[in-house]
Design a binder for this molecule. Structure first.
Ligand code: CA
Length: 430
């Protein structure tokens, strides 16, 4: 997204409050014991070159930033950093709209994988593996995370650095904080962003990323940066924007410290034995690969299952779709982005970049993903039957899945906990 597409705000708008205060003191207004908020007048809006709504928003934003600066100062952020960060801070309404879009959760998993693990992305990943081999090799040697996995995350997060966003992180986070839906989170991230600026790793102009405040080539949020970013090329700066050595090492360090097991596979696509109880495909049911093999779980090509001490069967599209045996490293990818579709996409992209196969079993492409409202209706129907699907929030969490499994068992359906429109209709039938 080129910078010129950012919404334009009037230059110097942060000082609009000051300007209005001057105007107010110039008026013959009655004496007041408490400070009055500056008036939002057509004249003031015109002077600032924005609509009245925008002016009100900008003033609210300026007040929010000002209050945040006080808490940052109290937390030890120096004035130079605060000036650098906030003198030209901008309110970015689009950050709010973008923050609400969560594609992994509303798209069918097969459509998501088609889009993300595309042949073009696999091919570019293989080229990148050669192009930045020394940096990837160094990160793998130090942190035990395979080159292809680092490359896959890089490919997922920014299309190998081609597009990591050019939104100033400070502006994005201040906007999200002011908007308020995730204020505590945004404040924590903004505070971390200030610490990064103060440390001199990057300057404000180059501290850029997504609308949601994820930064650089592998999209670290600021707290993750403070915890995991590494200066691998030794120039004294942790540069996840411009240094592939730092990008590779930081990403590998993130995974290593989040539980990645060196030398262990993420998992594998598997064939389940005839009559396998889909109710046993649950992340809480973990056992060694040998035990799964003993139950008749096999790899697609008949080679031994990857050795996992805590493998679980994962059915991302229910009992009719492909099956996977996944272990600790798959779960570690969830620390990067807490979506099983994401973890599966990274795993498959890495596997393909490394020359391995894609998904072999067929996806149930005739099934339509349920909308948020349909999922809420499903949860409500399960709750109405006393099955405790949890909050009616349109998100399939463990409670909803267990409730759906219980209902599926009562109907002699495969207890995969995977919602379909057919089942919603049955649940809603009188
Ligand atoms: Ca560096």
């Amino acid at each position: 997204m080129p910078a010129s597409h950012l919404p334009r705000l009037a230059p110097g708008w942060r000082h609009a409050g000051t300007l209005l205060a001057v105007v107010l003191t110039g008026c013959a207004s009655p004496p007041s014991t408490s400070p009055q908020p500056p008036a939002i007048t057509p004249a003031a809006a015109q002077a600032a070159g924005v609509s009245m709504d925008e002016l009100a928003q900008q003033q609210g934003f300026a007040r929010w930033v000002s209050a945040f600066e006080d808490s940052a100062r109290a937390a030890g952020v120096d004035d130079a950093t605060l000036h650098l960060a906030f003198d030209d801070a901008r309110y970015l309404p689009r950050a709010i709209a973008s923050d609400r879009a969560q594609p992994e959760f509303t798209r069918a998993v097969w459509d998501y994988l088609d889009l993300i693990v595309s042949p073009a992305r696999v091919q570019r990943g293989q080229l990148k593996l050669v192009e930045v081999q020394p940096q990837l090799d160094a990160a793998t040697a130090q942190y035990g995370v395979p080159q292809a996995t680092i490359a896959a995350i890089w490919g997922m997060e920014s299309d190998y650095g081609a597009n990591f966003g050019d939104i100033p992180t400070v502006d994005a986070l201040a906007t999200l904080g002011f908007e308020g839906r995730r204020e505590a989170w945004a404040k924590q991230q903004l505070m971390a962003a200030l610490k990064i600026l103060q440390s001199g790793d990057i300057d404000r102009a180059h501290m850029i990323g997504s609308w949601a405040g994820a930064m650089g080539q592998t999209q670290f949020i600021p707290t993750a940066f403070l915890q995991y970013a590494v200066d691998a090329d030794g120039d004294g700066k942790r540069d996840i924007w411009g240094s592939m050595a730092d990008v590779s090492a930081s990403t590998a360090n993130f995974l290593a410290r989040s539980g990645w097991q060196s030398g262990q596979a993420w998992g594998a696509e598997v064939k389940l034995p005839e009559g396998f109880d889909a109710g046993r495909a649950d992340d809480s049911l973990r056992q060694p690969s040998a035990q799964w093999a003993g139950e008749g779980v096999q790899t697609m090509d008949g080679s031994p299952l990857p050795e996992l001490p805590d493998g679980a069967i994962f059915l991302p599209a229910g009992a009719r779709g492909p099956a996977f045996l996944v272990g600790t490293n798959f779960r570690t990818l969830l620390r990067y982005n807490n979506s099983t579709s994401y973890a599966l996409a990274v795993s498959l992209l890495a596997q393909r970049i490394g020359g391995g196969p894609g998904v072999q079993a067929d996806w149930p492409r005739d099934l339509l993903p349920l909308t948020r409202d349909q999922l809420k209706a499903l949860q409500q129907a399960l709750n109405d039957r006393g099955l405790n699907a949890g909050d009616v929030d349109g998100q399939v969490g463990p409670a909803t899945r267990q409730a759906l499994r219980a209902w599926q068992r009562s109907r002699n359906l495969p207890a995969d906990g995977f919602p379909t429109l057919d089942q919603l209709a049955q649940l809603q039938a009188p």
